[in-house]
Every structure is written in C-alpha cells, then in structure tokens.
Design a protein. Structure first.
Length: 161
C-alpha cells in the first residue's frame, strides 16, 4: 500500500511539473504577459507613470539590447524595469526575507522582430506559494501589488481612441 502511494505521488508530481513547464500558455499562472499598442520606450514610460500614483518608484532601467551589443551579441530591443514601493516591500520582506529574490519588482519589455511590444512580469500571487506566505496581511499586500500591476498594465495594452 505504501509503495502504491509513493508511486502515485511521484507520477502526480511529474505530471504537475511537466505541465508547469510545457510552454507559453501554461506559464500564465506564474507570469503575466501583455501585448502593448505602444513602442517599447513609450510602454516603459506609461507603466512607470501608471504606478507612480500608487507610490511605486522607478529604481533603474536596464537596456538589455545595449548590454548584449557590448559583448557583440544581437538581442531584440529588451528593457528590464526595476520598480519599488518601499512601504509594501519592507512589509513583505518582514513576512519572509526570501522575498528579496523577487523584490524590487521587475518588469520586462521586449520587441518581436515585427515590432510587437510585450510587457511581462511575475504574477505576485505566485509569491505566496513560492515563499510560503500564509499571513493574512502579507497575502493582502501581495494581492494589492497584483491589482496595481494589472491596472497599470491596462494603460499599456490599448491606445485610447
């Protein structure tokens, strides 16, 4: 009986692991990805501006394309934004110091060869699993960050007509 339970658990774990790694459609549980109607530069500006009223501040922009060119590699236009809300970050780090690997927030922006701009970030709701967060207040803060990012992303997705 014990051996069957172990075999069942192993098979179930393997199926879950493989399904989590099977491609872009399945990564939506961990990553949020949007297509922007704006250029990569305008998208970066709009996401930063949309988060500013919620006390998120841009810490730095990493131009990955420029860094790749410095080592003689070609990379499509790609930016990494590091954005922080110090009050929320401090409270989340107090919940679990391992949150330091996910904070400050990192938002990726990249262009396809056809010029399509993508915006991608880790879904903050995933952090409660990744960092074993169970405290009600900490979960509320994670959900707040998720909402803030979703609302800010909406300003990048569609041009107002």
């Amino acid at each position: 009986m014990k051996r069957n339970s172990l075999l069942y658990f192993t098979l179930l774990s393997a199926i879950l692991l493989l399904s989590a790694c099977s491609g872009a459609k399945d990564r939506s549980a961990f990553l949020k990805e949007h297509i922007s109607d704006y250029s990569i530069t305008e998208s970066a500006h709009r996401i930063v501006e949309a988060l500013a009223p919620k006390n998120y501040r841009l810490l730095r922009i990493i131009d990955q394309e420029k860094r790749a060119a410095a080592i003689k590699m070609y990379l499509k236009p790609t930016l990494t934004l590091e954005i922080d809300n110090p009050k929320i970050t401090a409270k989340l780090l107090d919940c679990n110091p391992t949150m330091a690997v996910d904070l400050p927030l990192r938002i990726g922006l990249y262009n396809e060869l056809d010029g399509t701009t993508h915006l991608v970030y880790t879904n903050p709701e995933y952090w409660s699993l990744k960092h074993n967060i169970k405290d009600k207040i900490c979960i509320q803060l994670i959900n707040l960050m998720a909402r803030d990012l979703d609302i800010a992303s909406d300003t990048v997705i569609k041009k107002k007509k």
